[in-house]
Design a protein around this ligand. Structure first.
Ligand SMILES: Cc1cc2nc3c(=O)[nH]c(=O)nc-3n(C[C@H](O)[C@H](O)[C@H](O)COP(=O)(O)OP(=O)(O)OC[C@H]3O[C@@H](n4cnc5c(N)ncnc54)[C@H](O)[C@@H]3O)c2cc1C
Length: 374
């Protein structure tokens, strides 16, 4: 079976490695001619870490990243709104959340794929047609046949377009910028992910490596300065803990975007094509689960392509398996983001956090971190 994966991001590369581990060959086609370590950080939660462990990559990821003992939502003075137990950031097997530079994670996955000769760079996909049970893939400079195409080409997916599936984005009216700074955090903040809530603004950060810190800022559009400069950002966070001013002061290039997600697709597959990761279900980042869900897709699609009698049976089983959790993540993330950035909503969230029994929180986390069949 010839499987072509379009897109060499976290989802596409992990999918190729998961298929390989399941004894199924595939090849990744990535448009970029080289992978540069640009981008910011990601927090990989235990569901993703379990799968990286299954792929034999957890140690490599830990070596390049930083395991976090706690994730806390806090007031501007960094005092937690509710003390969160370690169980919330760690699954029953001891897999903790890991903060890592997105580019470094991609590099780890890419190098493994490259060793196995499973990846081609500089190959922009244009289109595909279905042709008597096969697909004909059109790249910028060549055309190749395949049995299956997996679209892991991100939120603006061309594979989705070629499949005739709709592309509608939901705008949050929230502007986000992210960056990495070369500073060291004080010891008590070294292994903690913090998300600090203010009025219509949020600031998140964690250690990424011994000498670097990942941060993100989310602002309602109406309070967002026209120019993102150190003085304009410092002014917005002047009443917050001084560590935030220190991070802003050390910042350089920042990736500024409006937060959006992809309106729910009725299906992720047709004919011999199936979408994965952000191409299928791009989410707002409020639950820190976008890449984690792409990594879960990789695990399950490899299992079903190995076991099912036909690609369509595999895609159907994959969608049945994944729908509930993906919808849960996308919807909760969307609602959470809206509430945090609205005064009344934020008050309600804080009250809910304080009164929700730990048993219920544990149940939610267990559901989020569970990967069936690992
Ligand atoms: C502010 C922010 C913070 C986030 N924080 C977290 C976090 O803490 N934890 C987490 O899990 N997730 C987080 N995410 C989400 C995460 O970054 C994405 O969900 C994840 O990177 C998606 O991976 P992907 O491989 O599906 O898509 P992408 O990363 O978009 O990769 C798609 C790949 O396909 C390639 N491609 C595109 N078109 C073509 C083409 N025509 N031909 C060939 N190749 C093509 C691209 O070059 C790219 O390499 C965050 C996102 C944002 C915006």
């Amino acid at each position: 079976m010839d499987i072509s994966i379009i897109g060499g991001g976290i989802t596409g590369l992990t999918t190729a490695l998961a298929l390989h581990k399941s004894g199924v060959a595939s090849k990744v086609y990535e448009q970029a001619a080289s992978l540069n370590e640009i981008g910011a950080g990601v927090w990989l939660q235990p569901n993703a870490v379990q799968i990286l462990h299954w792929l034999g990559l957890k140690e490599a990821v830990l070596n390049k990243g930083c395991a976090l003992d706690k994730m806390e939502i806090t007031y501007p003075n960094l005092k937690p709104i509710k003390k969160i137990r370690k169980a919330v950031v760690e699954d029953q097997y001891g897999n903790q959340t890991i903060a890592i530079h997105r580019g470094k994670l991609q590099r780890i996955l890419y190098e493994k794929c490259e060793q196995l000769q499973m990846v081609a760079l500089g190959e922009p996909y244009i289109d595909h047609q279905n042709d008597e049970g096969k697909v004909q893939l059109q790249f910028k400079n060549k055309s190749i046949p395949a049995d299956i195409v997996l679209g892991a080409d991100g939120i603006k997916s061309r594979v989705r377009k070629a499949m005739g599936l709709p592309t509608e984005f939901r705008q949050t009216r929230q502007i986000c910028c992210r960056g990495i700074v070369n500073i060291t955090l004080p010891n008590h903040l070294k292994r903690v992910g913090k998300e600090v809530w203010g009025d219509k603004r949020r600031f998140g950060f964690s250690q990424l490596s011994p000498d670097s810190v990942y941060f993100f800022i989310v602002l309602n559009r109406e309070i967002c300065p026209k120019e993102f400069s150190k003085p304009s950002l410092s002014a917005l966070f002047k009443d917050f803990d001084p560590i935030i001013a220190k991070i802003i002061e050390a910042s350089g290039d920042m990736h500024r975007t409006e937060l959006i997600d992809l309106k729910r697709l009725d299906t992720w597959y047709n004919s011999n094509a199936c979408l994965l990761g952000d191409a299928a279900h791009a989410t707002t980042p409020n639950m820190g689960q976008g890449a984690c869900q792409g990594i879960e897709d990789a695990f399950y699609i490899s299992r079903y392509l190995k076991e099912a009698d036909s690609p369509q049976d595999a895609f159907k089983a994959f969608e049945i398996q994944r729908r509930k959790k993906v919808d849960y993540v996308v919807n909760n993330s969307w609602n959470f983001g809206r509430m945090v950035h609205n005064r009344a909503g934020q008050m309600l969230l804080k009250a809910m956090m304080k009164i929700t029994p730990e048993k219920i929180v544990d149940k939610q986390m267990n559901m989020l971190y569970a990967v069936d069949g690992l």
